[in-house]
Design a protein around this ligand. Structure first.
Ligand SMILES: [Zn+2]
Length: 321
C-alpha cells in the first residue's frame, strides 16, 4: 500500500471504510468477465491485504489509549506515569503490510521503566513487528537453509518484506528466549519446583536422542569447549586441525506418544508395522551432553514419560547417549 493510501486509511470513518470495500468489490465485479482467474485472484488478494491493513490501522487509531490527555498508571507500582512523548511514532510490520501510528510514550521514574501503554494493551511487541509476523519469520527461518532463502520465501509466500539480516536478528532473538525458558525449567526441575506431567497417561512414550556434527563459523577459539565432542587425530597438520575445530556437535532429542502395536508374529523386519508417532516435541542444544540430558529429561517428564504405560528409549548406544 502506498503512503498516501495508508495515511487515508488511518483517518477513515466507518462509512469511508465501507465505501473503500465497496470500491474493491465493484472493480472485481466490473472486471471479472474480462480477467483471467489468475488476475482476479491477485486483485482479490491485494484487496484482502489492503482491507486487512485498514482494519488493523483503524483499530490502533481508534484505541482509547492513543489519547494523551489522560492518566496512565504504571503496571508495576500503579502510580501515575510521566508522559515523555505525547505522540511518539512507531512503524509496525504486520502480515497485512506496514503502517505507522503515533501514541503516548510514558516513563515511571521510581520504577525505572518506560513503555507505550497502547502497545502493552494491544500486545504490540517493542521490536516493531506483530506476533503473527514473528511466527512467520521464525517458521521461514527454521525450515530453510539460509536467512536469504527465508527472506525470499517470506516475500513470495507471506507478502512480508524483510532483509535477511533483520530476519536473522528476529529468529535468533526468539531462539534465545526459548533457550532461556527451557533452561529456567531445568533449574526449577532440579529444585523440585516444576509441576508434574502436563499430559495424561499415554499408551506408549518414546524418547530418542542422538548427536550430529555441524560446521560452525567459530574457528580455533572454540577448540577448548568442543574438543570433547569432536574426534580429531593429533597427527593432522595444524591448518587441518584449525579447520576441523569449527566442527561442533549438536544434540537433538525427540519425544512422542504413540499407540503401541506389538506384533510378535511378524517374522521379517519388513512385515513389522511400528507404532505411529502422534505428537512429537523436540529439544536440541549445542551445549555439553550433561545439559542436553537435563533438557531432554524435563521435556520427557512434561510429556508424561514417567506415567506412561510403556516407555521406550531409542539411541545408538554411543557413550554420551
Ligand atoms: Zn512504577
Amino acid at each position: 500500500m502506498n503512503p498516501l493510501a495508508l495515511a487515508a486509511a488511518m483517518n477513515l470513518s466507518r462509512a469511508e471504510f465501507l465505501a473503500k470495500c465497496g470500491q474493491l468489490y465493484d472493480t472485481e465485479q466490473k472486471e471479472k468477465e474480462r480477467l483471467k482467474l489468475m488476475d482476479l485472484e491477485k486483485l482479490a488478494l491485494n484487496g484482502c491485504l489492503e482491507i486487512g491493513l485498514m482494519v488493523l490501522a483503524c483499530a490502533v487509531k481508534d484505541h482509547p489509549l492513543r489519547n494523551p490527555d489522560q492518566e496512565f498508571l504504571c503496571e508495576r507500582c500503579k502510580k501515575p506515569m510521566r508522559i515523555q512523548e505525547k505522540a511518539q511514532k512507531n512503524t509496525l510490520t504486520t502480515t497485512m503490510g506496514k503502517f505507522e501510528y503515533a501514541r503516548p510514550y510514558c516513563v515511571c521514574d521510581p520504577c525505572g521503566i518506560s513503555y507505550a501503554p497502547l502497545d502493552r494493551a494491544m500486545g504490540i511487541p517493542v521490536e516493531g513487528h506483530s506476533i503473527l509476523t514473528c511466527e512467520k519469520i521464525c517458521q521461514a527461518s527454521v525450515t530453510t537453509s539460509s536467512f536469504g532463502v527465508a527472506s525470499k520465501n517470506l516475500k513470495g509466500l507471506a507478502h512480508i518484506e524483510m532483509a535477511p539480516k533483520r530476519i536473522r536478528d528476529v529468529a535468533e532473538g526468539e531462539g534465545k528466549i526459548l533457550a532461556e525458558v527451557a533452561q529456567e525449567e531445568v533449574r526449577k526441575y532440579q529444585a523440585g519446583q516444576l509441576e508434574g506431567p502436563l499430559e495424561g497417561c499415554a499408551d506408549l512414550m518414546v524418547v530418542c536422542a542422538d548427536g550430529g556434527r555441524v560446521q560452525s563459523r567459530q574457528g580455533f577459539a572454540c577448540w577448548g569447549e568442543c574438543r570433547d565432542s569432536v574426534r580429531i587425530s593429533t597427527s593432522r597438520a595444524p591448518e587441518q586441525e584449525k579447520a576441523e575445530s569449527r566442527w561442533k556437535e549438536d544434540k537433538v532429542g525427540v519425544i512422542y506418544n504413540a499407540k503401541a502395536q506389538p506384533n510378535r508374529s511378524a517374522g521379517k523386519l519388513e512385515d513389522y508395522v511400528g507404532a505411529k508417532a502422534q505428537i512429537k516435541t523436540y529439544t536440541a542444544t549445542m551445549r555439553p551432553w550433561e545439559d542436553f540430558g537435563w533438557l531432554l529429561r524435563v521435556e520427557a517428564e512434561r510429556r508424561g514419560y514417567t506415567v506412561a504405560k510403556q516407555k521406550v528409549f531409542i539411541g545408538d548406544g554411543a557413550k554420551h547417549v
